[in-house]
Design a protein around this ligand. Structure first.
Ligand code: RIB
Length: 324
């Protein structure tokens, strides 16, 4: 089995829940305030580790109480933290999140995440069969160095271009797999896309990202929230229908999906199976509050996958089908 390496952010999520999101200039009275482990890199690493992959995170924490709490949390999830440095005098990354009706808005303050550098990729021992995952909450130069090293070792590179920011397209050339949501796809392809659009529009936009250079076809997967995901892989378009669940908080669901894909690919699974598995994982994640704390275990996945293939046994009962 291969190893999952994630180069990315670690944040303390400061979450306010409310009955609705405020308008600009408006104050609403909320319900609860939570401090919860997050950051796209940490969330993806926890998802992969909890789903059974040996997982190493390359990241930077501040020299503060949040940093100490997050280090202890990540270690308890089984994530290897050998390459997580602590920067003296820096603040740990934070994200201010509002959650209402399961949907969120997020403002990220990078703090120590901005200090992850190309040098930190250092001696990470990437090998053929590994999965190397990154996102845009650390410096592009560090991601570039990480992907170059992964490519040289024969590992599969997975880029999650989130949050949507302008970046050097040379980085795209180093991504074997792109996993992004509809907002990021719209930004990257300069298209006007909305969540409710016909899936054909997403497929069309994703097609423009398929050429991975040097005769390679890049796999592009667009996550569509409750509508599931679509992917272009090896000339095929795959449709992964969403699962009907009661969502409580969608924060980190995309990260859960990505961590699960990485864990499955490192385990040698074909991309179609990996995407279906990840879709189920994300549907579990949205049913609880928090990001890194909501990642499913393999036991939960086994229960969900066997329920998904169960034949309805009572008149009028509907089994949730395995996405195909
Ligand atoms: O993708 C969700 C994550 O985005 C949150 O955990 C927050 O920290 C931000 O990085």
């Amino acid at each position: 089995m291969g190893h999952v390496f994630v180069a990315g952010s670690i944040n303390m999520d400061v979450v306010a829940t409310a009955d609705r999101h405020p308008q600009i200039g408006e104050t609403v009275v909320g319900r609860e305030m939570l401090y919860s482990p997050g950051g796209k890199g940490a969330n993806q690493a926890v998802a992969a580790a909890k789903l059974g992959a040996a997982t190493t995170l390359i990241a930077c924490l501040g020299d503060d109480a949040f940093g100490r709490d997050l280090r202890a949390f990540l270690s308890a999830q089984g994530v290897d933290l050998t390459f997580v440095k602590t920067a003296a005098g820096a603040q740990t990354g934070t994200a201010v999140i509002t959650v209402a009706h399961a949907d969120n808005t997020i403002v990220v303050i990078p703090g120590a995440n901005a200090l992850v550098s190309a040098a930190d990729i250092g001696t990470a021992n990437l090998a053929k069969g590994d999965a190397a995952v990154s996102q845009f909450e650390i410096a592009p130069a560090a991601i570039h160095a990480f992907f170059l090293r992964a490519r040289a070792a024969g590992a599969t590179t997975i880029l999650n271009p989130a949050p949507a920011i302008a970046f050097d397209r040379g980085l795209l050339e180093l991504a074997d797999i792109l996993i992004l949501n509809e907002t990021e796809l719209g930004f990257l392809t300069r298209s006007e896309l909305r969540g409710a659009d016909d899936p054909a529009r997403f497929v069309e936009a994703a097609r423009s990202l398929q050429d991975g250079g040097n005769g390679r076809d890049r796999i592009t997967c667009v996550t569509l929230g409750r509508r599931g995901a679509i992917a272009l892989a090896g000339g095929e378009s795959l449709v992964i229908p969403g699962r009907v669940v009661e969502a409580v908080d969608t924060t980190g669901a995309g990260d859960c999906f990505i961590g699960a894909v990485a864990a499955q690919l490192a385990d040698g699974k074909p991309i179609r199976d990996a995407l279906n598995y990840a879709n189920i994982a994300a549907s579990i994640c949205v049913q609880r509050m928090g990001a890194a704390t909501s990642m499913p275990t393999t036991a939960e996945m086994n229960a969900a996958t066997s329920a998904a293939t169960r034949i309805p046994h009572r008149t009028g009962e509907t089994a949730v089908g395995s996405p195909t």
